[in-house]
Design a protein around this ligand. Sequence first.
Ligand SMILES: Cc1cc2nc3c(=O)[nH]c(=O)nc-3n(C[C@H](O)[C@H](O)[C@H](O)COP(=O)(O)O)c2cc1C
Length: 129
Amino acid sequence: MMSSIGSELRLPCGAVLKNRLAKAAMTEGLADPLNRVSERHVRLYERWAGNGFGLMLTGNVQVDRRQLERPGNIAIDDSGGLEALRKLAAIGTRDGAHFWMQINHPGRQTAAAIHPRPLSPSAISLPVA
Ligand SMILES: Cc1cc2nc3c(=O)[nH]c(=O)nc-3n(C[C@H](O)[C@H](O)[C@H](O)COP(=O)(O)O)c2cc1C
């Protein structure tokens, strides 16, 4: 069957996307000093949300602020910021888009400047260009 980029897409998990336009996960580096959602995220996602995507993936969001992929990652642990996350979710979904958070632990991708001995299942460091 022919499908167009504007046609609905049903994923095996059951999610139904309104079209086949997706914004890829792109690390933002815009969090505040406590790694919470900032007004800069709000501005960025407001701009993206106006473009009719069926799906938007966030950049990676860390589960541990000691293990970041870069400074300015959002981290969700015990430092609050839930209201700001709710605001961002409302922006991301208001146009009928799915807005999925990429929950992440960077492991060996953690920058040495952030943690000299990152927690990782692999002892082999990741060459980062
Ligand atoms: C600036 C930038 C940031 C990215 N950040 C992430 C990220 O946080 N998580 C991730 O899984 N992929 C990330 N990627 C990879 C993209 O999601 C995508 O898979 C990759 O760019 C390949 O798609 P393309 O060929 O359309 O560029 C990033 C890519 C770019 C260019």
